[in-house]
Ligand binder design. Structure first.
Ligand code: SAH
Length: 397
């Protein structure tokens, strides 16, 4: 078995069960392991630390599978880990798991680089690490077996693959060829996921609970849904009795999918507007338009901490204009899915936006991803989606 030996004192994070081993911490690698192969990780003292997947092309040169020396990373091991992840969803979400859920959430489920989402009878697999690529066939077979899903589609084309030195892989792995977007249900509403071309695996399952929350808040309100994508929030607002929804996105394809979702649910009352949210917010302000509820769910402005400053300006800008457009008593549902922006920083940015917009606002709720996107306690990087529900009391001056 090949070995990776750490520099003196660099074992601390592994002892706390953080799964990533950065190249700077490595003293040497013995035994010439192949990419994705399981290696033994040891401290400079020789003490065993973990079994890990070797990834020589990445800054994260190994990702730990297991911290027990007695463990054996084989097909049976993957079966157990996948089953454990699926059991958690069954326990927490119940029957909804069969309709739509994230079954496996990477590092936070002890499966670095492996994500699996379920849409009705189809499982979409997204792999992002050399170790995950190495075990692909087993993972596909096991997911099909454990879920009884008819179809397994691989959607490994995330940007991070380039940093890992891995080729994209978008392919049907099990079942009949897809005839179009896959229909599924969420919170009793009907949607479709375009597995091959949609964002992520086709839909933002992480926002499920926040869409349900919006539904309870929307009655009689004029809603502005910014960065609406395929209309998850828009559909939920109308289902909750919103008086009107203006939904904005820069992608014509996404808006067409949003239109299809409205039709699928027999909902009317939404205007779908193609445009750049940064400009649309200003235009709405110039037109003296106002709303009772604004949703801001932008794309990742800061994929890494290095880009946090530029991202902070963008978040500040949209939140500031959203506050300006809200009537007294109005609600702002605002999100950041940037790994590089912490919850604390996000709250500061939103506070600064309220101040500059000249409104008094309070946080009613702090929000995050739905529980099928857990955060392992030893892996704080798992907390990427941060949200705030704010209420505008009135003008500050
Ligand atoms: N709220 C959505 C997910 C949003 S994803 C949901 O719950 O499903 C982010 C969306 O922002 C994408 O659809 C993308 O097309 C859109 N987008 C990115 N930059 C934009 C911009 N400057 N103006 C408008 N839309 C933008």
């Amino acid at each position: 078995m090949a070995k990776l030996i750490l520099k003196p004192g660099r074992e601390k994070s592994l002892l706390r069960r953080h799964p990533w081993i950065f190249s700077g911490a490595v003293a040497r690698v013995e035994g010439g392991p192949a990419t994705g192969e399981t290696i033994e990780v040891r401290a400079s003292t020789g003490a065993f630390l973990a079994w890990a997947a070797y990834s020589p092309a990445s800054q994260i040169v190994a990702r730990a599978w297991d911290f027990r020396e007695s463990a054996r990373v084989d097909r049976a091991w993957f079966r157990q880990r996948l089953q454990r992840a699926i059991n958690m969803r069954n326990a927490v979400l119940g029957a909804a798991v069969a309709r739509s859920a994230r079954l496996v959430h990477g590092e936070s489920d002890g499966l670095p680089g492996i994500v699996a989402d379920r849409y009705a009878d189809t499982v979409v697999l997204q792999l992002t690490s050399a170790g995950a690529y190495h075990w692909r066939d087993s993972v596909v077979e096991l997911l099909a077996e454990l879920t009884s899903a008819a179809t397994v589609f691989e959607r490994s084309d995330a940007d991070v693959l380039e940093l890992e030195g891995l080729p994209p892989s978008v392919e049907l792995r099990r079942g009949a060829p897809l005839s179009g977007p896959v229909p599924f249900e969420e919170n009793g509403l009907r949607f479709q996921a375009d597995l091959a071309r949609g964002h992520k695996t086709g839909f933002y399952l992480d926002q499920r609970d926040n869409r349900a929350l919006l539904r309870t808040l929307a009655e009689g309100r004029d809603v502005l849904d910014c960065f609406c994508y395929t209309g998850g929030f828009t559909v939920s607002a109308l289902a909750g009795g919103a008086a009107s929804v203006l939904a904005v996105d820069s992608s014509a394809d996404s808006l067409a999918a949003a239109g299809a979702h409205l039709e699928l649910n027999g909902l009317t009352g939404a205007e779908l507007l193609e445009g750049d949210v940064f400009q649309v917010l200003r235009r709405l302000r110039d037109q003296a338009r106002s709303f009772d509820l604004v949703v801001l769910d932008p794309p990742k402005f800061a994929p890494t901490a290095a880009l946090a400053e530029r991202a902070a300006r963008a978040y500040k800008d949209i939140n500031l204009y959203a506050f300006k457009l809200l009537r007294p008593g109005g609600l702002l549902l605002t999100f950041s899915c940037s790994g590089g922006v912490s919850r604390e920083l996000f709250q500061k940015i939103v506070a600064g936006a309220a101040l500059d917009a000249g409104v008094d606002a309070q946080i009613l709720r702090s929000l995050g991803a739905a529980p099928d996107h857990p955060i392992a306690l030893e892996f704080p990087e798992g907390e990427y989606l941060k949200g705030l529900l704010c209420r505008v009391a009135g003008r500050a001056h």
